[in-house]
Design a protein around this ligand. Structure first.
Ligand code: IMP
Length: 211
């Protein structure tokens, strides 16, 4: 079955394809000729994820389904912020962020906001919305952890260098306080919020549409 995944990110596409397996062929919007920016104006992760999935579904009639994800970092001491504004955190806080996805400025902003704060609990939350045969299905994945006091590691992307996950895969001792940027992509995918949400969707698809 062919599904459109609302992403232009090769890493995300590869991760989702590996999780869904051979029975599903994932394509990007661009590969289906949808090259305009997909609207993302919601006030929650759920709204954004639904908005992107609905937009694609209305554009690509020849494909049975499509899905979109939206992820946010929710920090307890900040009342759940930056949440849906995670990508634009620095610029929204008036710090010279270089537009959306200025990862360094976003992390610096977060570390400054939490300076001296002892409650550093946080979580990544991903919401995946699948639209298939006119029906909407929502899946969620959460990775609990805490915000480090300084950046560490150079792997991954986004806030990985400042996020210390509670759970770690396989043989890594979970007293190690490693950030997501200090483990491999494979290790991260095994525990990540997005991986969990995608695996929940994959399980549902296998049950209802697998061979
Ligand atoms: P998106 O919805 O996947 O585009 O994620 C929104 C923002 O959340 C990104 O711009 C990143 O700053 C951050 N983010 C999402 N997933 C991760 C992750 O796995 N690690 C670190 N940051 C992430």
């Amino acid at each position: 079955m062919k599904l459109i995944f609302a992403t232009g990110n090769r890493g995300k596409l590869r991760e989702a394809q590996e999780i869904l397996g051979e029975g599903f062929t994932l394509v990007t919007p661009a590969a289906m000729g949808i090259t305009e920016e997909i609207p993302e104006t919601g006030n929650t992760l759920e709204e954004n994820s639904l908005q992107k999935a609905e937009y694609l579904y209305s554009r690509a009639k020849e494909v049975p389904g499509c899905f979109a994800d939206d992820t946010g970092l929710e920090v307890n001491a900040l009342g759940g912020a930056p949440g849906v504004y995670t990508a634009r955190y620095a610029s929204l806080r008036g710090r010279a962020g270089n537009g959306d996805h200025d990862f360094e400025a976003n992390m610096d902003t977060l570390l400054q906001e939490l300076a001296g704060c002892t409650d550093r609990r946080a979580r990544f939350r991903s919401v995946v919305t699948l639209m298939l045969d006119g029906q909407t299905h929502v899946f969620e994945g959460v990775l609990e952890g805490r915000i480090a006091t300084a950046k560490a590691g150079c792997g991954g992307f986004g806030y990985d260098p400042v996020f210390i996950p509670d759970e770690l895969p396989g043989a890594i001792p979970n007293t190690s306080a490693l950030t997501l940027a200090e483990i491999t992509e494979e290790e991260k995918n095994a525990i990540s919020h997005r991986g969990k949400a995608l695996r929940a969707m994959a399980a549902w698809l296998q049950e209802h549409h697998g061979k």
